[in-house]
Design a protein around this ligand. Structure first.
Ligand SMILES: [Zn+2]
Length: 427
């Protein structure tokens, strides 16, 4: 079977949908936890499933370098290899290859590069990349695209899109889908509205199984990223899933859902967890802060994850202690929590759309104020305790406290490159 997508209901442009794949059903809008190497860092497939994930994202570039597609194929494909039995989407690695500044050479036929691990030479072509993903047996493959940097002038952005479109044609032609999965096209066009819209229309004519908005989370301002989504999403076919690559913060996801986006991935929940930064229904909580030294409360009393839940949850003081001590268990518990937060958040969004109403507040844009956590009951929002998580998270963001730029772990030199994306960061 190939992919099947249906829109069950709408609220404004937001869509409540269902994506059926060879390895299971994905209720959308959905968040795809990032398991770059085949596993979400620190988490077993069983824990990922228990947290509510229905689909995992992995990365062809990293898997092709190590352990190699041959090894995975011999062991029965990516599902058998990783133990994750649900749907898998693999990114092609175009984003990673194009962040290999100085190590890659692109021509009209493809891109040659050197492995960032051992310097060995490799080549990706549009046909080769979909073939490798087919051999991995994934449910959703992504085409090879040229991901231009930000900023870029219009002429270069347009030339880059021409190449990506030519590659998209070749990839569509080459995709066999022997295992029943589907292949998604990727819209580029940088920050130029007419280019994005034209790109969406041109790509749509190739009849992909779904369409992604790429070239975001490459350093562009928040306002530009949102504009790109607003121009592009409505220009994509109504009857196919839409995927916003590498985004992002809860308020960014909410904004994109309202523009009709169905699928999301981001390294943020897991990466922030490893830095002791926790998403909660009351805002962001930095567990290493001294104020949690003897705090008996769970991280988020409204959360049912193994870190917070009754009767087995732990007090903030314990997580503070483990995190300050650099203990591995702190990262595991925090990751379980943050993933659950994101997955619950998307579940609430789906419920909001199903209700056929638009209960969400305006989209927040300001997150520059210093604060650790915020108290919604002090923020003048009546009845906040009963609000859906989507609304509370958006409210928290609107008051500026979802995450501070200075706190963004991706700003730290030791990890990653771009907000939510991350170059060669392994998720
Ligand atoms: Zn929790």
């Amino acid at each position: 079977m190939s992919l099947h997508f249906e829109v069950l209901s709408t609220s404004g442009r937001a869509r409540r949908g269902r994506l059926t794949t060879p390895h299971g059903v994905v209720e959308t809008p959905a968040f795809m936890p990032v398991g770059t190497l085949g596993a979400v860092k620190g988490i077993t497939p069983q824990e990922l499933s228990a947290a509510g994930a229905s689909i995992m994202l992995s990365n062809l570039y990293h898997l092709a370098l190590r352990p190699g597609v041959d090894v995975v194929e011999r062991l029965g494909g990516l599902h058998a290899f990783t133990g994750w039995s649900g749907p898998i989407l693999t990114d092609s690695g175009g984003f990673q290859v194009f962040s290999l500044e100085g190590l890659r050479k692109v021509d009209d036929d493809g891109v040659s590069f050197r492995s960032h691990l051992d310097g060995s030479p490799l080549r990706f072509t549009p046909e080769g990349v979909v073939d490798l993903q087919s051999r991995l047996g994934v449910d959703v493959a992504m085409i090879l695209d040229e991901c231009p940097p930000w900023p870029i002038d219009r002429g270069r952005a347009e030339a880059s899109w021409r190449r990506t479109l030519a590659w998209a044609r070749r990839a569509r032609e080459a995709w066999k889908g022997d295992h029943g999965g589907g292949v998604f096209g990727i819209v580029q066009g940088s920050v130029f509205p007419d280019l994005r819209q034209r790109a969406a229309q041109e790509l749509s004519q190739l009849d992909f199984d779904g369409y992604a908005i790429g070239g975001v989370s490459v350093g562009e301002p928040d306002a530009d990223r949102r504009s790109i989504v607003e121009w592009t999403a409505p220009a994509l076919p109504d009857d196919k899933p839409r995927y916003l690559m590498g985004v992002g913060y809860p308020e960014d996801i909410l904004h994109a859902v309202r523009q009709g986006v169905d699928l999301f991935d981001c390294v943020l929940p897991a990466r922030n967890a490893r830095h002791g930064v926790l998403f909660t229904r009351e805002g962001v909580l930095k567990i290493r802060n001294a104020r949690y030294k003897d705090d008996p409360r769970p991280v988020d009393p409204g959360c049912g994850c193994p870190c917070c839940g009754h009767p087995w949850g732990v007090p903030r003081a314990f997580l503070h202690h483990l995190s300050r001590s650099g203990e591995l268990t702190a990262a595991v518990l925090a990751t379980l929590h943050n993933l659950r937060f994101y997955l619950d958040f998307l579940g609430d969004i789906r419920q909001c759309i199903s209700l056929g109403t638009d209960p969400w507040p305006g989209i927040p844009g300001d997150r520059t104020h210093e604060s650790d956590t915020i108290r919604l009951d002090n923020a003048g929002l009546p009845g906040s305790g009963t609000l859906p998580l989507a609304e509370r998270a958006a409210h928290a963001g609107r008051h500026g406290h979802l995450l501070l730029p200075a706190d963004r772990p991706d700003a730290q030199a030791s990890e990653g490159v771009a907000a939510g994306g991350g170059g060669l960061e392994e998720g």
